[in-house]
Design a protein around this ligand. Structure first.
Ligand SMILES: [Zn+2]
Length: 92
């Protein structure tokens, strides 16, 4: 069971719709239950996680590059996270 990010009710994982909520310039992963899906779709701050990100051309290039270099997703994630930390330090 997972908790819906909008109504806080619990639903089975497979019925949850994964969405990305943009707050300020940050993206947050959200679980949206079937009842809230219409509401989230109508909200311009919510993006469909699958459609919004993986089909984006720029992100497609990142995925292509990772595949070309045979980098597993978790390694790319580590790189992104350590890069984010470096950027944070540089901005201080
Ligand atoms: Zn809900």
């Amino acid at each position: 069971m997972e908790k819906c990010s909008m109504c806080s009710k619990k639903f089975p994982d497979e019925t949850m719709h994964k969405m990305i909520q943009i707050v300020g310039k940050k993206a947050y992963g959200q679980n949206i239950c079937p009842a809230c899906r219409g509401l989230a779709a109508a909200n311009p701050n919510y993006y469909d996680a699958a459609a919004g990100f993986s089909q984006d051309a720029e992100w497609g290039k990142v995925i292509d590059e990772a595949n070309k270099l045979e980098l597993p997703a978790d390694v790319v994630m580590d790189l992104i996270q350590s890069f984010a930390k470096t950027v944070k330090k540089m901005n201080k």
